[in-house]
Each structure stands twice: as C-alpha cells, then as structure tokens.
Design a protein around this ligand. Structure first.
Ligand code: F6P
Length: 363
C-alpha cells in the first residue's frame, strides 16, 4: 500500500473537513492508497510518539458540513523556523524541513497533501524542494492567496459578516447611529469589500486604499440632518489612515510580527476627535468569521479541491496547488502561488462597481 499524509495548518477555516473528506473518498476508489492525518498541522508527525490517524470512509462520513478541522490545526511551530531548546537553555529557530522529509519517508509516506494558507504553502514548497512529493490546497478566509479565484472558507466568512452587517443596519437607522463593523482579512480587504457590496454599506475602508480621515468625517456628517441619519461602515482589520499605521498589538512568538485588531475603535476615536457628534458604536466580528459550518459554496469548492488534490497525487503531479482559476478547477506550481499576495485592486472592477453603488472608500 502507498501512504498519503494529510495535514491542516494555520488558522482554521470553514471547509477544511470537506477537503479532508474529498481526499479520503477519492483515495478509497483506489486499491493501493491509504490516507493518514497528522494532528495539528505537521506537529503530529514531528512529535515522539507521533500523533497520526488513519482516515477512512467511516472517519470522514458527514464531516463536510462541520466547521473547524477534525485534525486540529496550529499556526505555531513552523518547521521552517522551529523553536529548539539549546543545551544552554536558550531557544534557537532552526530549519527542520530536511528532518521532516526524512521522518515522512521513515514512516513510509509516499506523498503529502498540505491544506493551508500562504504560510503553510511555503512549508509545502520547502518540503517539495527537499524531495517530498507534496500537493497543496489553498485555505484561508482572507482570500489573499495568489493564483486562485477563491480560497475555500472566504465565502462563508463573507456570509457571516454580511448577516451581522444586516443586523447592524437596522439598529443604526433606529438609533441614528454610526455603526462601525470590523472584519478580518489581514492585509487584504476582500472580506470587507464583499460585505460592503452585499450589505449596502455607506463606507468601506480597506488596507489597499488608506483613508483620508477628513473625507470620511465629511461623508459621515453629510448623512445627518438635524441630528438624524445613520451610517454603516465596514472596516478591514488591516485598514489604516493616510500617513497612519495599522492598529495592532505585538505578534505571538513564531508568528506574524503584529496581531491586527481594534481598528474599529481607533476609527471611532478618530471620528469623535474630528468632531463627529453622532453616536458611534463598534463591533468586532473576530473569529465568528472563521467558525461554524461552511456555506454550500465552500462545501462545493472544498470538496472539489479535495478530490482534485488526490487526483494530482495519483497522477504524480507534485509541487502543485489545486486552484480555481477563471472559474476552472486546475493547478499551479505552489512556488507561483506563494510568490505574490492577492490584494484588492483599487482600480479593479469590484471596487469600481462598489463606487458605482455609492460606497465611499475614504479616498
Ligand atoms: O488568516 C486568517 C486570520 O483569521 C486573519 O484574518 C486574522 O488576522 C488572523 O487569522 C487571526 O489569527 P488568530 O486566530 O491567531 O487570532
């Protein structure tokens, strides 16, 4: 029997289980492949004793509708810069990829399917370059991976954000308030942009278009007559004012340098300081965007990605990432996918259409 190892890495995201199920179901049509899962990304493989689990039809039955990942995940302990305790007690970051590949071979694995965002796919590429047959599957609610129309999980995050936004719209108008809703997305404004169009926001602030505070103030004030009016703002966590910086706290060890969050409170204060008199309320959606059952769109795209990943394994096409490109399921070299970040194009059709709808971007 040939052995495939599946791992889910980085932040979780709706659709991970559907990918796992797709891989296992497709593999079960072959007589010579068995599928294993590593708990918490590659940690399950790297630890002694290992924490690996055989995945079969029974293990994955019905899991495509469940949020999270049955394998667990982590965004710590990147094997490319793994924290290793030194004899003198200090901690040094070492590249453990060659060792990981050796261990995979020693445990009898013939291939790996690594499901994850840009960080995890950099690990996939490093394993591939170190001689391991690897296929990648693009995951993240942020939709910031290059080379695919959508990552799975993104549409569910937009749906969650959009439903919350609708609820804020009615309370904004009842109370004549300015409602600011902060969504995730890291350095990309995709979730904010889609939510703004879907929900009919008056203002949408994204990292790709640093906002002019005075222009935002004028837009807000213009919507009030004799103290009556309302404004719904959706702001991406990575948005920042012109000549300003992102709102963030110190990142956790072994992760991004900063942890984004709280920009809706920063904007609220900026508006008050600039003289906006209306009541302002802030909502941070946070991890609700990452949890729960995937919507149908993500179940479909994730299931297809899973099947296609297994088919790449069967045809020996490694170092590739399954993608949906120009509405076609295909694959691209992982190297290409991680070579650039997928930003919202301020001149692109979506932003222009949003402007056509009267959404103001603060520029
Ligand atoms: O990349 C997905 C994401 O949810 C980002 O949108 C967000 O900035 C980050 O992960 C949050 O990470 P954590 O789960 O570690 O707080």
């Amino acid at each position: 029997m040939k052995k495939l190892l599946v791992a889910t890495g980085g932040g979780d995201c709706p659709g991970l289980n559907a990918v796992i199920r797709g891989i296992v179901k497709r593999a079960s049509k072959e007589s010579d492949w068995e599928v294993w899962g590593s708990f918490e990304a590659l940690n399950g493989l790297m630890e002694e004793p290992t924490r690996l689990v055989r995945l079969d039809g029974k293990t994955v039955a019905g899991i495509h509708v469940k949020g999270g990942t049955i394998l667990g995940t982590t965004n710590k302990g990147n094997p490319m810069s793994y924290p290793e305790k030194q004899p003198d007690g200090s901690v040094k970051l070492v590249n453990r990829i060659p060792w990981v590949v050796e261990r995979l071979k020693e445990k009898g694995f013939d291939a790996v399917v690594n499901i994850g965002g840009d960080g995890s796919q950099a690990i996939s590429q490093a394993m591939f370059e170190a001689g391991m047959p690897v296929v990648g599957v693009p995951k993240t609610i942020d939709n910031d991976l290059n080379s695919t129309d959508f990552t799975f999980g993104f549409q569910t995050a937009v749906q969650t954000a959009s439903e919350s936004f609708d609820r804020l719209v009615t309370t904004a108008s009842s109370h004549h308030r300015v409602m600011i809703m902060e969504v995730m997305g890291r350095d990309a404004g995709w979730i904010a942009l889609y939510t703004a169009i879907s929900g009919g926001a008056e203002i949408c602030l994204i990292p790709e278009i640093p906002y002019d505070l005075q222009a935002v103030v004028e837009k807000v004030n213009a919507r009030y007559v004799d103290g009556r009016g309302f404004v719904n703002i959706v702001i991406a966590e990575g948005a920042k004012p012109k000549d300003g910086t992102v709102t963030a706290t110190q990142g956790e060890e072994g992760r991004h340098a900063v942890r984004l969050g709280g920009v809706c409170y920063a904007l609220s204060q900026q508006l008050k300081d600039a003289g906006v008199k209306a009541d302002i309320r802030e909502t941070v959606l946070g991890h609700t965007q990452r949890g729960g059952t995937p919507i149908a769109y993500d179940r479909v795209i994730a299931s297809v990605f899973g099947v296609r990943a297994m088919e790449l394994v069967l045809s020996g096409k490694f170092g590739e990432l399954v993608v949906l490109k120009n509405n076609e399921y295909t694959s691209v070299p992982i190297k290409e996918a991680i070579s650039a970040y997928n930003y919202v194009d301020p001149q692109g059709a979506l932003v222009q259409a949003a402007k056509g709808l009267g959404i103001f971007f603060g520029d």
